[in-house]
Design a protein around this ligand. Structure first.
Ligand code: C2E
Ligand code: MG
Ligand code: MG
Length: 848
């Protein structure tokens, strides 16, 4: 760890596939705290009533209370402080020292895991006692541990001694003891068993025959060869006594473990054994405890859920983690089979295969869906291993598992890491590419285009080198925030790495020139946002960026190709002096540049007063001029007269329409004021075109009233021409504004009527004075029956609503007559006069 302490980790490495991409996940767990686990083991160990000592290769490492008692030393520490040599006090036993004897028994214990022998021991008080030692060897955390369990067999030893001294006395000496006693005449095959011996295997006094086959038939067939060999060895005089653990069949057919000891008590003159006497001790409980211990050593408590079952899959024990994961307490689980946890998601074949693997290889690992007590089904990483007893046979199954729904959460985090930039939390290159691919597919299906803006900060390296990476990171975070704020929610900002960002716009116009204009506005907005000072923790920093743009509409381009183009364009922006944007497509660039130039010209034109109003007469049914429409003209110093349709859309896009519209209003009102002074012109109305963007400005009403006020023009002579596009949104707001002006006397005309999609119900609610039949219908009114019908309908509609109907674009007498015949009252068009400067218009009036 960072603080220098060591820890133990458990690693689980697995493969996750996210969108066809293969990632390796490494999940690790701190398992240092397995002291808890050893605590579990200790409890078992402590509970044992037999004095037990635990050795590792470093010496005596633990002992239980019973051991403390037997040494009479009072405390565990005192026992642990004993010199190993003193643990086994070197006393003579069968002519050899205890230490020597102990060493001799070590080898078989290590080989088979367990071994029993006797030795003689001296208490600190000097008292000598006989012990039966159960030596067990097992592995724990890669170390071999040796466990010595001692059992005081002094009284039994004494009994055996007595037996040797007097054949007849043994019955009295032993009948009351816990051991069963037998006496076997080898020559005759006759055997005598004590009552306790018979009880031990479940028989009553009278039920057992006095024959040697009675016991030998009861020995477990697997144990029999060992038993026979041990007896033969002793009879042959190779051992001082026969002592062996084996299983015996009880009356009810079950097996009980016993420790059998036997000794030849008489031999003939040739030394051949005649009589063998001995005892059997029931050690079933001890065996079970040993197995428990072995299981405990294998299945140490951990954060993994653990289940221990017997050979029939009955749950013997579960650990705390298992309870936590499954929701079942040990009381609920013990005695059941693991089917308790089954989710029903796996079929019989699945479990069959699992058990086949356990049988064959002793283990199975895999993902398993189980069900918690609360019904929730969840995934586990499961492993089952078979635990074998000292006889090499499976005695238990140990299952361990982890709840991998947590791993799924980890996978989500990995997913975030895989798709988002950790510093700015913006999508990374991978996610951008993914979205771009989708956009290309979606774009080819819908009728819209998109754009990629490649943004690179200017001189970022200098900031990093001079002020450090900390400040650099702060700038990147600040840039990320501003980029996100500059775009719509449905667009994407990604960080490619370093100081490179990409913005992806979708849903742009399919007309690439229009799309280019839309993107340019976004690009400029971004440049401007990035140009503002950044607050980098006590440092106000000014930064600029260069942007390369490419448009995409169809799936004809690859994602990489698009990114490369945007990148190339970005270099052109750098080359052009930075803090600017460039399009990849030269034509697009030209269109955009032309617009940029036009915009600059517009601004200048406004300043230099290059604009003028022309006036076109509007006439009544009798041909008399009743008013005029003011039409805007731009007298460009180099390009000459520019018609309004070439610059009004751009003025609307850039917002320049606001000052321009205001100028038109002021000029028109000034003209009205002039007209009011002369009898010839005093009754004329003046129509002024108002664009939707201008009308929607929150201050529109106030501005019109202010202009009227300043100029002193009569509001009743002013007629505002609105278009149907205004009615596409917020009709209530439009009505409110119109009404506010209407009460001051201002009139309203609906221009280009018939080309839009106004709903008649709205139309009825608008405080209008006049409908203007669009010139497209007038043009073909004599040749196209549809146009004629529309024109007629508009006239009828206007009349029914009490509105004046005026036709625009009237060029011929026939058009006028047709319209007149259908009830149209007013006209405007070349037939009556072209739009002309004010002085010309006034001359025209005078002539009329
Ligand atoms: P509009 O308001 O429908 O204006 C009528 C257009 O028809 C004018 O074109 C006019 O010159 C033209 N016109 C008039 N009589 C005839 C005719 O007999 N035959 C033909 N073929 N055309 C005729 P102009 O002046 O080019 O204006 C075009 C449009 O620009 C206007 O359409 C109006 O929507 C807009 N516009 C003009 N001045 C302004 C202005 O001051 N503010 C705003 N927002 N828009 C304006
Ligand atoms: Mg008009
Ligand atoms: Mg019009």
């Amino acid at each position: 760890r960072r603080d220098g302490t060591e820890m133990v980790l458990s690693y689980a490495i697995s493969e996750v596939t996210i969108k066809d991409e293969r990632l390796l996940t490494c999940i690790f767990r701190d398992i240092t705290n397995e002291q808890q686990a050893s605590a579990r083991f200790r409890t078992l160990f402590q509970r044992s009533g037999q004095p037990t000592l635990l050795f590792s290769d470093s010496g005596l490492i633990d002992c239980n209370q019973a051991a403390i008692d037997i040494y009479g030393l009072g405390s565990r520490e005192a026992v642990l402080a004993l010199n190993p040599a003193d643990v086994a006090t070197p006393l003579q036993y069968d002519g050899r020292s205890s230490a020597e004897t102990a060493f001799e028994h070590l080898e078989p214990a290590l080989r088979t895991g367990s071994h029993v022998f006797e030795w003689r021991h001296q208490r600190p008080s000097g008292e000598i006692w006989d012990a039966e030692v159960h030596l067990m060897a097992f592995q724990h955390k890669g170390k071999t541990l040796l466990q010595f369990s001692l059992q005081d067999i002094t009284s039994r030893k004494k009994a055996e001694q007595a037996l040797r001294e007097s054949e007849e006395r043994w019955k009295f000496a032993l009948e009351g003891a816990g051991d069963g006693v037998w006496d076997w005449n080898i020559r005759t095959g006759h055997a005598v068993y004590s009552r306790r011996w018979k009880e031990m295997i479940g028989f009553a006094e009278s039920e057992i025959e006095n024959s040697a086959s009675e016991w030998s038939d009861r020995v477990h067939p697997e144990d029999k060869p060992r038993v026979m060999m041990a007896i033969q060895d002793h009879i042959d005089g190779n051992t001082s006594s026969a002592m062996i653990e084996f299983r015996m069949r009880c009356k009810d057919g079950r097996w009980r473990w016993t420790l059998g000891r036997g000794m030849v008590v008489s031999r003939d003159s040739e030394g051949k054994a005649i009589r063998l006497v001995g005892t059997n001790t029931d050690i079933t409980e001890r065996k079970r405890a040993e197995a428990d211990l072995r299981v405990a050593a294998t299945a140490f408590e951990s954060q993994e859920g653990m289940i221990i079952t017997d050979i029939d899959q009955r749950i013997l024990r579960i650990n705390r983690a298992c309870s936590e994961i499954t929701g079942y307490s040990p009381e609920e689980a013990v005695g059941q089979t693991p089917r308790l946890f089954s989710s029903g998601r796996h079929d019989a074949a699945f479990y069959r295969e699992m058990w086949a693997s356990i049988e064959e290889r002793g283990a199975w690992k895999g993902e398993l869906w189980n069900r918690r007590k609360n019904g929730e089904v969840y995934p586990e990483w499961f492993s089952i291993s078979a635990v074998k007893g000292e006889d090499g046979k499976v005695s238990h199954y140990v299952a361990s598992f982890i709840d991998i729904s947590q791993r799924k959460t980890a996978e989500d985090e990995i997913k975030h890491l895989a798709f988002y930039d950790p510093l700015t939390h913006l999508p990374n290159r991978r996610l951008l590419m993914d979205r771009l691919r989708h956009a290309l597919i979606a774009g080819s299906r819908s009728d819209s285009s998109g754009a990629l803006l490649f943004i690179d900060l200017d001189n970022f390296k200098t900031l990093n080198d001079t002020l450090g990476h900390g400040k650099g990171d702060l700038l990147l975070e600040s840039v990320a925030r501003r980029l996100t704020a500059s775009i719509r929610e449905e667009d994407t900002v990604a960080r490619l790495g370093g100081d490179e960002f990409v913005v992806m716009l979708e849903g742009l116009s399919l007309n690439l020139n229009d799309a280019a204009a839309q993107v340019r506005l976004v690009g400029e907005k971004i440049l401007q946002a990035l140009n503002e000072h950044h607050d980098l923790a006590e440092l106000s920093y000014h930064s600029t960026a260069s942007i390369g743009i490419t448009l995409f509409a169809h799936q004809t381009d690859t994602v990489d190709e698009l990114l490369k183009r945007a990148d190339l364009a970005m270099y052109q922006a750098k080359a052009a002096g930075r803090n600017t944007l460039r399009f990849f497509d030269p034509d697009m660039q030209a269109v955009v540049m032309a617009r940029v130039a036009l915009e600059a010209d517009l601004r200048e034109g406004l300043q230099q007063n290059h604009f003028a109003l022309h006036f076109q007469p509007q006439v009544a049914a009798d041909g008399s001029i009743v008013g005029a429409e003011a039409l805007l003209r731009w007298a460009h110093p180099r390009r000459g007269m520019i018609p309004p349709l070439e610059f009004i859309p751009l003025a609307e896009e850039t917002g320049l329409i606001l000052p321009l519209g205001n100028w038109v209003l002021e000029t028109a009102c000034a003209r009205l004021k002039v007209w009011a002074a002369s009898a010839n012109t005093a009754q004329l109305t003046l129509a002024v075109n108002v664009s939707a963007r201008q009308f929607r400005h929150p201050d529109f009403v106030e501005q019109v009233l202010a202009v009227l006020e300043r100029s002193g023009a009569d509001p009743q002579r002013l007629e505002l021409e609105l278009t149907e596009s205004l009615l596409l949104e917020d009709v209530e707001g439009v009505i409110a504004k119109m009404t506010a002006l209407k009460v001051r006397g201002v009139c309203f005309s609906l221009d280009d009527f018939g080309t839009g999609y106004s709903s008649l119900s709205y139309l009825k609610r608008l405080p209008l004075d006049q409908l203007k039949i669009d010139q497209s219908f007038v043009r073909d009114v004599l040749t196209d029956p549809n146009d004629a019908a529309i024109a007629r309908t508009i006239v009828a509609l206007g009349q029914s609503m009490g509105l004046v109907v005026i036709a625009e674009g009237v060029e011929t007498r026939q058009q006028r007559d047709f319209l007149a015949a259908n009830g149209c009252s007013n006209y405007q068009g070349y037939l009556f006069g072209r739009p002309v400067p004010a002085d010309e218009f006034e001359q025209l009036l005078n002539r009329a």
